[in-house]
Design a protein around this ligand. Structure first.
Ligand SMILES: Cc1cc2nc3c(=O)[nH]c(=O)nc-3n(C[C@H](O)[C@H](O)[C@H](O)COP(=O)(O)O)c2cc1C
Ligand code: SF4
Ligand code: SF4
Length: 286
């Protein structure tokens, strides 16, 4: 038996797209696998594990950490960590890997391979449409490379700079902030009480009370409810800059990328985009 459990968490769907691409390519080469959204049940009959999550404040979302806490398996060969982010493999994003590694090591599970996938950023700043399209176009290639490495048991570790460790505890503030921020999301009269946000919230933070959508203090700031409300009825009342004015819909990005031209790419100049530029240039060099 050689079977992969591909366990993912996602807020706005990008990490799910990554996980599904991986599973699609596994199926094409007849590698047994189970795709698992971490809130669902999984089959213990696997001997390889792939963990996929969005980077939140340089770190791993709490939901993924909780899942790792309950996960047990003493029969693993490959253990792969794939961090999905808007900024890529740059300081201090790399810190999220060490946190996952540390957690698993305590259970005797050793991570054998680490990778960073860049997807369109869903918070605060977004790259140009051209760059986002290119990110989606190169995804199958990046996944193919990861699979080619792991099937032959290759090991690869992401380098963490000493400086990055200063951000080890950034997640504590991010989680406190998320709870504060999420409690203050409001709903306007456009809401038709369809219940999509309630069903979709990964932390069960939303409810209908006296015919009004209200929020508790369990928000993980995944942004899903705000971007995917069909009535566009939800809005933050604090730190509004977190939400992209253009909105965020990963399926729209995928559709746009199909017809996008990727010639004469204009790479963003700011240092903030270094991880994205390196990720894309790595492909263009070949
Ligand atoms: C609360 C929050 C914090 C984030 N922090 C980071 C970060 O520290 N570094 C980064 O590169 N991207 C960051 N991002 C961007 C996401 O990692 C990125 O858009 C990812 O593709 C989202 O994946 P998802 O659609 O599966 O939720 C953050 C997004 C959110 C919502
Ligand atoms: S998804 Fe939007 S319209 Fe539907 S219940 Fe939630 S806030 Fe209302
Ligand atoms: S309330 Fe909205 S932003 Fe917060 S965890 Fe739920 S879906 Fe995500």
């Amino acid at each position: 038996m050689n079977k992969y459990l591909v366990a993912y968490f996602t807020g706005t769907g990008s990490s799910e797209v990554v996980a599904k691409e991986l599973v699609k390519q596994f199926d094409e080469i007849n590698i047994a696998n189970q795709l698992l959204y971490i809130k669902d049940e999984y089959d213990y009959n696997h001997n390889n594990l792939i963990i996929i999550y969005p980077v939140h404040a340089f770190n791993v979302p709490e939901q993924m950490e909780k899942w790792l806490d309950q996960y047990q398996n003493s029969n693993l060969k490959n253990v792969v960590v794939i961090a999905v982010s808007g900024g890529g493999e740059m300081s201090p994003n790399t810190i999220s890997h060490s946190r996952v590694k540390k957690k698993l090591k305590k259970k005797g599970i050793i991570v054998t391979y680490e990778a960073a996938i860049v997807m369109p950023s869903n918070a605060a700043i977004i790259a140009s449409e051209q760059i986002n399209s290119l990110l989606l176009k190169v995804l199958p290639l990046k996944i193919r490379e990861i699979i080619a490495d792991i099937v032959v048991g290759k090991s690869k570790m992401i380098k963490v700079n000493k400086f990055d460790y200063l951000f080890t505890h950034a997640y504590v503030f991010e989680r406190m902030f998320a709870r504060y921020w999420g409690k203050r999301i409001k709903c306007n009269d456009n809401c038709n009480q369809c219940g999509l946000c309630i069903r979709g919230c990964p932390t069960e933070n939303i409810q209908l009370e006296s015919n009004k959508i209200t929020f508790n203090n369990k928000c993980c700031m995944c942004l899903k409810c705000l971007y995917y409300c069909p009535q566009n009825a939800l809005y933050p009342t604090r730190f509004k800059f977190v939400i992209l004015k253009e909105g965020y819909n990963i399926n729209d990005f995928i559709e746009k990328s199909k017809n996008a031209t990727v010639e004469n790419i204009v790479y963003p100049k700011s240092i903030l985009w270094k991880g994205v530029n390196d990720y894309l240039e790595d492909v263009s060099k070949r």
